[in-house]
Design a protein. Structure first.
Length: 78
């Protein structure tokens, strides 16, 4: 490393994933593995007109949302 350069460590503004929502188009059959994830409360699935992944951190306490659409069908809440 060159002298004079400093390494900066950035802490993410979140602590834990508190919800995962997967939206699927159409009427699809879910695998037994996916059903187990739902039963354990780890992931929620819903039917929509398009694919989308929603990730929530820290129960959305900061009331912030970032949408990556239309590039990626992902919504992040924290």
């Amino acid at each position: 490393m060159k002298s004079g350069l400093q390494v900066k460590v950035h802490q993410p503004p979140v602590n834990e994933i508190t919800a995962v929502q997967v939206c699927l188009p159409g009427d699809q059959n879910l695998s037994s593995e996916v059903i187990k994830l739902i039963e354990l409360g780890l992931v929620q699935f819903s039917w929509s007109d398009r694919y989308q992944l929603e990730l929530e951190f820290d129960h959305g306490k900061q009331d912030k949302v970032h949408r990556f659409e239309p590039t990626l069908p992902i919504v992040v809440k924290w």
